[in-house]
Design a protein around this ligand. Structure first.
Ligand SMILES: Cc1cc2nc3c(=O)[nH]c(=O)nc-3n(C[C@H](O)[C@H](O)[C@H](O)COP(=O)(O)OP(=O)(O)OC[C@H]3O[C@@H](n4cnc5c(N)ncnc54)[C@H](O)[C@@H]3O)c2cc1C
Length: 402
């Protein structure tokens, strides 16, 4: 197993690092203050649009897409360290057009979309002109079991009709959000994994209503946050179904492999950032006559955090390598392993950083409270830990069944 990035990926990593240092990191604290001062935080500040234009002009754009013409043609393994570098910042992924859930939605359109769907939605998404959401989870059913989804996508002549309610739709409040991918029940009699369809729904279609925006641990996460929407007799032409009726499950599985690698690598970046802040703070501040780093077991805990980050990174790179070499079907256990291990690791490392910052750690003067919330939330988003552990155990035990 060779985890070395290619020369091309290394060159992009150097340029990305330079852009982050010169353009993104210096403006992020001010961006945070400006966002906090807004009465209506569901807007894109001009600085983000400016940085997107600059990043695109420098070829730091759509790096996630494994297509040499539309992106840079990087493998998942090559992209992983770039996602880590972006993950240190809350705004960077959007600046490089590499933010969830748009990346996953673009990959769905890239792999499964018709030419007309690509022209109408993939092109503006790739250009960063619009944003999108993924409508799967529902308030009324346990959505960690995707076969539970009750909202309907009923074929009626040459139309598909959507009804139901979705929540935790990340990105729904963003002013540029124009389209969603809706997972709905089409044929309740079909095989369990062929009942649902994925339908492209423009958000300005009659019958689509944003009911409210949700807080995660009391944070709105604007302008990227999560919303609840209802769908009442939403009628769309049949050609809005992606890849045809009944293929929702298959598409969902393909979507989540690379997406989980991206999420995990971004979280490793966030954990690295937290550990750096923890080290700086604990060397700079003194209590009881010594720097905080030299008190009690703090040095030991910093060492454990370093070990945990290194272990997690190697596991994610292994999963990325496996995805590139063998595809998602042969990499299910690896992808679920990182989805359990990395958010847990990040949560613990960020918690250590919060503790070493004292009261400042839970304030908004540092990005740690938001970072902790992101790590904690990822133990639920894209499937709770238990579901992934269940899958890992099933695959493990299957090796020994007679
Ligand atoms: C910040 C955030 C962003 C999100 N973004 C999106 C998005 O963009 N689009 C979208 O569609 N959804 C999104 N989600 C929703 C997320 O995917 C769901 O919350 C998740 O799949 C769990 O579904 P649920 O909330 O219905 O929990 P339930 O299914 O009700 O599960 C609750 C709990 O039951 C337990 N449990 C469930 N299954 C098992 C099992 N097999 N074994 C043991 N225990 C089990 C677990 O403890 C689990 O946490 C997001 C969620 C969060 C928090």
């Amino acid at each position: 197993m060779d985890l070395t990035p290619t020369a091309k990926a290394r060159a992009i990593a150097r340029r990305l690092h330079a852009f982050m240092c010169a353009e993104v990191e210096p403006v992020e604290p001010q961006w945070q203050r400006d966002m906090a001062a807004l009465d209506d935080p569901w807007q894109e500040l001009p600085i983000i649009a400016d940085l997107k234009t600059k990043a695109r002009a420098q070829g730091l754009w759509n790096l996630f897409l494994p297509d040499a013409e539309l992106g840079e043609g990087l493998s998942v393994l090559d992209y992983a360290p770039l996602a880590e570098r972006m993950g240190r910042s809350f705004i960077a992924p959007e600046i490089f057009n590499c933010n969830a859930p748009d990346t996953g939605n673009m990959e769905v359109l890239y792999h499964y979309g018709s030419e007309a769907q690509k022209a109408r939605w993939l092109q503006p998404l790739l250009a960063g002109e619009i944003r999108s959401v993924f409508f799967m989870t529902e308030p009324d059913v346990a959505s960690s079991d995707a076969t539970n989804m009750e909202a309907t996508a009923t074929v009626d002549g040459d139309e598909v009709v959507l009804n139901g309610r979705k929540w935790w739709s990340t990105g729904l409040g963003h002013p540029n959000c124009k389209v969603g991918i809706f997972m709905g029940l089409t044929d309740p009699q079909a095989d369990r994994h062929c009942r649902h369809s994925m339908v492209l729904v423009p958000l300005d279609t009659a019958g689509v209503r944003i009911e409210r925006m949700l807080t995660a641990m009391n944070m709105l996460d604007a302008p990227y946050g999560h919303g609840q929407a209802s769908f009442t007799d939403v009628r769309l032409p049949l050609d809005h179904i992606i890849a045809g009726p009944g293929r929702g499950f298959e598409i969902a599985q393909g979507r989540l492999g690379p997406g989980r690698i991206h999420h995990c690598m971004r979280l490793i970046g966030l954990a690295e950032h937290a550990l750096e802040l923890a080290c700086r703070r604990s060397l700079d501040r003194t209590a009881f006559g010594r720097p905080l780093a030299r008190l009690g077991g703090n040095g030991e805990r910093i060492a454990e955090a370093r070990i945990a980050i290194e272990q997690a990174r190697l596991l994610v790179l292994k999963a990325a390598w496996s995805l590139d070499q063998h595809g998602i079907r042969q990499s299910m256990s690896e992808v679920s392993q990182i989805k359990v291990a990395v958010p847990r690791m990040a949560q613990e490392v960020i918690d250590l950083a919060i503790q070493l910052h004292g009261g400042a750690g839970v304030s908004n003067d540092f990005p740690l409270a938001a970072a902790w919330t992101a790590a904690r939330s990822l133990r639920l988003a894209d499937g709770p830990d238990e579901v992934h552990r269940g899958l890992i155990a099933r695959l493990e035990l299957a090796r020994y069944r007679n």
